[in-house]
Structure formats: structure tokens, C-alpha cells
Design a binder for this molecule. Structure first.
Ligand code: NAD
Length: 354
């Protein structure tokens, strides 16, 4: 039996579909982890995988992550995720997107899709010609939907402000030194919001021009990508890659707080324990970076009723993120357990798998 069937990534998933459509050339996996709280929502990743089982593992792992994220975001939605397996050249055709839309429709509303790595808003528009179970579609001014980046950034900004209050006892980030790794859609948005409140920023990006431009705009300074994880600061905000908190980086951290939007920041779960042992306050990534899914989740839920969701209602839901973080940190301190473990346990409880 192939090792795949023994994988720990299988976590009582409710349903996993492998789709192959000869006419369009589509190969896709839709993994539905949990519909306990509502339809399983999570984006579609378009990616070339060296081995097919890597695509299945990605779908399994990412869909479980969405169950946790959506539950902790207070969304009445479960967790799912899809992977479209691309060839080496990354070929993606309208026919494939239509066939994928048919596959989503065949899930009968149990799975709701959106953009993930390799997908554009235009791709979701093509998918939406075949199914209504899709979000992240173009939005009118003042309505939920569209680019999730600014919504994600807003939640992270609120989360950092809450972390500074909790750990440093300050009611504002004014004068607080904050190192931002990654100056893209999320990192750039976080930096701009923090700068408005007077934070002192240290910025790094492999795209040196992006870091320089953001520094000029926000009055920040630039650090090299090699320095940023160990730079002396109050808050380190990872907004680029996953697995940046690992055996190598954690001993060298020179901060009181880690709070940023990158997915899967802990290389392994035990790295949360290492942060805890060092007395560093960690904001679990999937809790603090939920602004984007809150935006498209509510876009979908309103659209199903034939209504538009006002952006102010979405922002009010995003403003609940700091309260969730505070309850995690309080429990973590009361029980002497790392915040990532506390968050996972809370999420499991919410999806009925405690
Ligand atoms: P993006 O591509 O707009 O920005 C990422 C930036 O990181 C780029 O400017 C890139 O040059 C930089 N970067 C890459 N490697 C780097 C390195 N080693 N050091 C420093 N900078 C590096 O992507 P984004 O949408 O801003 O997403 C950033 C992170 O947040 C990702 O981990 C993503 O999965 C996560 N996330 C994004 C959203 C969203 O709404 N966009 C939601 C949840 C989580």
C-alpha cells in the first residue's frame, strides 16, 4: 500500500474527491475536512507538483488548516481546500477552470472555493460561470469581496496593537519598534497602518526596491533579508514565507512579540513551545491572518441570500480578532501552555473534534 494512505495528514476528513477530466485536461483534488460549522470554505491552489501524492497531501493539510482558521474566525463555515495540478509549464485554460467549476458544483454546496496561490480573481470569475459556490469575486465599492490582502492586513494591524498592549502594557504602537519581513500585499498594508500610529518600522524584502519604496513611504528603515529575523525590535511581523520560526531562527530572535500574517510560520508545532519557553508572545498565524477569509466568507454567505455584504460589517467582524487573541494568550498564561497549542485545542473544540 502506498505510504500516502498511512499519512498523518488524513485527519478524519469528511470527503476527498480526485477529479480527472479528459476533455479539458483538468486534474484536481477537493478535500473537505469539516462541515460541522457550515460549508467547507478554502481557496484553490494551482500548482505543479513533482509527485501526485504531494498534491493530495497539500489538499489534506490545507483543508484541515481552513477548518481551524474559519472556526477561530467566528465564521459559520467549515474547512475545505482544492488543488489543481498543473503541468510543468503551468498551463491553465478556460476549459480547465470550467471543468473545475463543474466539480465544485458537484459537491452540492458542501465546498466553497476562492483564490489561493496561483489563482487570480479572473480565474474565479471563470469558475463562477459553472457554480455559485465561489467567492473572492470582483466587488463594488463599499461591498465585501475582491482582493483579500487589505482585509488581512487590517486584522494583523489590530492583532499587533493588541499584542503590544498585552505584552508591553502600551495603549498604542507609537514609538514601538516593529520589524516587517515581506513588503507585499499583506506586509505593505500592515506597515502603512502601523506607520500612521507612529510605529518605528524596520523593513525587509527579497525585492529590495519594494522594501526601499515602503521605507520611503512610511519613514521606516531597511534591513537585509538575512538580518530581519534577528533584528532588535519589540515586534517581529513575518509576512512573507512559512516555516520562518525554526531551530535556527528562534534562538536568535531579539523581540518580545511575533505577530504576522504568513501562513504556517512554525516549522513544526514544537517551535511554539520554544517561543513560549523564551517568553516571546506568539499570535497564532491562522487567528491573526483571518481578515481575508472573513471578507470573502461573508461575501459568499450574503451572496447566497441574494444580498451584498457591506464592507463595514466585514470590518466589524475583523475587529473581533484581537479579542480572540487575548483569550488565547490568557489561557496560555493560565495553563502554562504555548499559544499555538491553545489555539489548536480551541479550534478542535469548535469543530466538534475536541
Ligand atoms: P505577496 O506575494 O504580495 O508578498 C510577499 C512578499 O514577500 C513579496 O514582496 C516577496 O518579495 C517577499 N518575500 C519572499 N520571500 C522573502 C524572504 N525570504 N524575505 C523577505 N521577503 C520575502 O503575498 P501576500 O499576499 O502579501 O502574502 C504574504 C503571506 O501572507 C503569505 O505567507 C500568505 O500565504 C499569507 N497570507 C496572505 C493572505 C492574503 O490575504 N493575501 C491571507 C492570509 C495569509
Amino acid at each position: 500500500m502506498p505510504a500516502l494512505w498511512n499519512e498523518a495528514d488524513w485527519d478524519e476528513h469528511e470527503r476527498v474527491e480526485i477529479i480527472h477530466d479528459r476533455n479539458s485536461g483538468l486534474t484536481a483534488i477537493i478535500a473537505l475536512h469539516s462541515t460541522h460549522l457550515g460549508p467547507g470554505a478554502g481557496g484553490t491552489r494551482f500548482w505543479h507538483y513533482a509527485e501526485p501524492d504531494m498534491a493530495v497531501r497539500d489538499a489534506l493539510r490545507l483543508s484541515r488548516g481552513m477548518s481551524f482558521k474559519n472556526a477561530m474566525a467566528g465564521l459559520p463555515m467549515g474547512g475545505g481546500k482544492a488543488v489543481v495540478v498543473l503541468d510543468k509549464d503551468g498551463t491553465k485554460t478556460t476549459e480547465m477552470l470550467h471543468a473545475f467549476g463543474d466539480a465544485v458544483e458537484a459537491m452540492g454546496g458542501q465546498y466553497v472555493t476562492a483564490e489561493d496561490v496561483g489563482a487570480s480573481v479572473a480565474d474565479m470569475v471563470a469558475v463562477a460561470t459553472r457554480t455559485s459556490h465561489v467567492c473572492g469575486l470582483p466587488a463594488d465599492e463599499g461591498d465585501a469581496g475582491g482582493d483579500p490582502g487589505p482585509f488581512t492586513a487590517y486584522g494583523i494591524y489590530l492583532g499587533i496593537t493588541a499584542a503590544v498592549a498585552h505584552k508591553l502594557g502600551k495603549d498604542s504602537v507609537d514609538g514601538v519598534r516593529i520589524a516587517v519581513q515581506g513588503c507585499g500585499s499583506v506586509g505593505g498594508g500592515v506597515a502603512r497602518l502601523l506607520a500612521k500610529d507612529g510605529a518605528k518600522l524596520i523593513l525587509a524584502d527579497i525585492n529590495a526596491d519594494a522594501a526601499q519604496a515602503l521605507a520611503a513611504e512610511t519613514g521606516g528603515e531597511v534591513a537585509s533579508v538575512d538580518e530581519i529575523m534577528a533584528v532588535e525590535c519589540d515586534v517581529l511581523s513575518p509576512n512573507a514565507l512559512g516555516a520562518v520560526l525554526n531551530d535556527e531562527t528562534i534562538p536568535a530572535l531579539n523581540c518580545a512579540i511575533v505577530a504576522g500574517g504568513a501562513n504556517n510560520q512554525l516549522a513544526r508545532p514544537h517551535h511554539g513551545q520554544q517561543l513560549h519557553d523564551r517568553g516571546i508572545l506568539y499570535a497564532p498565524d491562522y487567528v491573526i491572518n483571518a481578515g481575508g477569509i472573513i471578507n470573502v466568507g461573508w461575501e459568499y454567505l450574503y451572496a447566497q441570500k441574494g444580498e451584498d455584504c457591506d464592507v463595514s460589517a466585514v470590518n466589524a467582524r475583523i475587529a473581533e480578532i484581537p479579542g480572540r487573541l487575548q483569550s488565547i494568550w490568557q489561557k496560555s498564561e493560565a495553563e502554562g501552555r504555548p499559544s499555538n497549542e491553545v489555539a489548536d485545542a480551541m479550534a478542535r473544540e469548535l469543530i466538534g473534534r475536541g
